[in-house]
Every structure is written in C-alpha cells, then in structure tokens.
Design a protein around this ligand. Structure first.
Ligand code: NDP
Length: 311
C-alpha cells in the first residue's frame, strides 16, 4: 500500500496537518510517540485564541480528538530512515517496517536543550527534569532551582511556586528575556529568589540531587542545597531520522529545516511545518505551528493532485 501522505510528529503542526489532510480526503497516517508534542507539557496556555486559559495537555487532547474524528491512522513508532525510490518515499521505522508514501510532512518539533554540565545526565529523573508539568508535583514543599531566563523558565518557576517551598531562578544575564507579563508576575511571587548573572556549573547528590554548584557566589556561597533542578533553557531542532543519499535536506546553520511560504523543503514532495523549520528565532507558538501545519497539508494536496490554482 502507498499512502498519499505521512505526517511525522504529533504536535500542533502534525495534528493540524492531519485535520486538513482529512478534509482533502488524503489517505494518510501520523507517526510519533508523544501525543501533543512538547506543547502538551506547557502548564498553562493563555494566548491561544478561543481559550482564555487552558493547560497544554488539555488543548493538545482537543487537537488530537479532532484529528482522530476523521480516522487517520496513528502509527506509534519512530521514523529512522527516509529514502526515495522514483516518486515514492520509503520510511523505515525503528522496528524495521517500511512505510511507502507519495508525500511527507515533517512536523517533529524541537527537543529540550541541555546545560551539558557534570551530573545532568546522571541525575536525570532523580531530581533533574526538563518537564515541570510532568515532574513538578514530586517536589511538594521542597527546594528547587530553575535554570533559564525565557518564557519557559519564568512560566515554570511561577507554576512550581504553587507546589514547592522555595525556588531559585538562575539566569546567566541581568535582564530576563521573557514576556513582560511573566516578569511582572514573577515580582509578585515571594517564594522565587532570582539569581542573575550566574550559571550552574555542576549538579551533585547521593542517589538523588541535593546540591548545585554555581559559577559565582550567591549570598557568599557557591553551592546551593536543593532537591530538584528544572532545566528550561530553550530548544534545539529534533533530529530523529536520517535521509538516505542522494536525499539531502537544506537546513540553516542552527539545524532548522529551510522551507518556502508553501512549507516546501528543497526535496519535492517533502514538506516541513512547525518549530522544526527555519529560522531558529521565529515565533514558536502553538498558533504558528498549527498554521504551518495547515499550509503544509494544503500544499501536499496541491502537489499530489498537481493543482496550481487556488483551492
Ligand atoms: P528561549 O530560547 O526563549 O530562552 C532560553 C533561555 O535559556 C534564554 O534565557 C537563554 O539565555 C537561556 N540559555 C540558553 N542556553 C543556555 C545555557 N547553555 N546555559 C544557561 N542558560 C541558557 O526558550 P524558551 O524555552 O523559554 O521559549 C521557547 C519558545 O516558546 C519562545 O518562543 C517562547 O516565547 C515560547 N514559550 C511561550 C510561552 C508562553 O507564552 N506561555 C511559554 C513557554 C515558551 P539568553 O537569554 O542569555 O540567551
């Protein structure tokens, strides 16, 4: 069997692409593992029109249920290798299964950036976390640290302040880069202690995290006793699959996929949408990823039906 379209990624871009593909009656399937992508980890979304305030998980559940209504196939697997034979793509999954398709939308999103410091890998799941929504409740009345200075770090610190006893928010510069609204809310939260112009050098513990070492002293001490560390220092593009030569995707210097206004990559029939696309500093929001998902699906339909006129 050859699909019209395979969508790789189950985040806002992938799920919206599926809704549009269904409405164009494209025979398609979605490949992925994390339902809702990293958007589902956001504890509170207050800038997606139509929903004054909703958790990322609930909003993504809504996306998923809407996509599912049209009965596309969901293949809970991982795409390992993509090759092209004449005009048909072949996707090899990590179980060795081959999926054939005439077009693909890459909507893999991004993954968390690591601090790359000693102790980070060792204590992952033992006090080190990249997901406050998933792991925050484990730190009730504990002392925790959050690393970063963007929207993720500030919203995470604010969310965690409802659970933990005390939070150190550690940022390497003087002025946070997060939206002003989050900075105002931060000032009102007394449990959060700001540590600016400083960085975490090492994570220590016995079995679980109990200490972090700073680059510079904070209140005359270079180490802080903590129970957990949330790393919220941005994202990097996911690199979950390989392309078989001569297929070669054009990417920018930061590794994001270059697309045109139709979400077309340099490879015919291969589209990309959402946070995985260039430029690195574009607005990465649920609304923008969804819009790109819709555009990519419509243009996949045009590609498959060779339509050049407006739809
Ligand atoms: P950002 O890229 O915006 O911020 C990353 C932060 O981590 C920066 O402050 C950066 O410092 C810091 N950082 C990066 N590398 C290191 C390092 N090696 N050591 C220490 N600090 C480091 O990422 P976010 O995850 O905060 O946000 C990603 C996108 O998602 C943004 O577009 C954001 O607006 C959006 N978002 C929106 C939310 C909302 O509105 N509700 C919630 C969460 C995210 P520096 O500033 O010095 O570069």
């Amino acid at each position: 069997m050859i699909y019209d379209l395979i969508i790789i990624g189950l985040g806002p871009a992938g799920l919206t692409a599926s809704i549009y593909a269904s409405r164009y009656e494209l025979k398609h399937a979605l490949i992925g593992s994390l339902k809702g992508g990293t958007a589902s980890e956001s504890h509170l979304v207050e800038n997606y029109p139509g929903f004054e305030s909703i958790s990322g998980q609930e909003l993504m559940e809504n996306f998923f249920n809407q996509a599912k209504k049209y009965r596309p196939e969901f293949l809970y697997t991982k795409a390992d290798q993509i090759s092209k034979n004449k005009n048909v793509f072949e996707i090899r999954t990590n179980e060795g299964k081959i999926i054939k398709t005439k077009s693909i939308i890459l909507a893999l999103g991004v993954q968390h950036r690591a601090l790359c410091i000693p102790g980070e890998k060792k204590f992952l799941g033992r006090g080190v976390s990249y997901c406050p929504t998933c792991d925050g409740p484990l730190f009730k009345n504990k002392i925790i640290a959050v690393a970063g200075g963007g929207d993720s770090a500030l919203t995470s610190a604010l969310y965690l302040s409802k659970i933990a006893k005390k939070i150190y928010l550690i940022y390497r510069k003087e002025v946070f880069r997060a939206q002003a609204l989050w900075q105002t809310k931060l000032e009102e939260e007394k449990k959060i202690k700001k540590i600016l112009n400083n960085q975490i050098k090492e994570i220590k513990g016995v079995g679980v995290v109990n200490e972090i070492i700073l680059n510079k002293p904070y209140q005359n001490k270079k180490s802080l006793k903590i129970n957990g560390l949330f790393i919220e220092i941005g994202v990097i593009p996911s690199k979950e699959f390989n392309l078989t030569p001569p297929l070669k995707l054009k990417k920018d210097s930061a590794g994001y996929i270059i697309v045109n206004y139709r979400q077309e990559t340099n490879i015919s029939g291969l589209f990309a949408a959402g946070d995985i696309t260039s430029p690195a500093d574009k607005l990465k929001q649920i609304i923008t990823a969804s819009a790109e998902g819709a555009i990519s699906a419509v243009n996949a339909y045009r590609f498959l039906t060779k339509r050049t006129t407006r739809i």
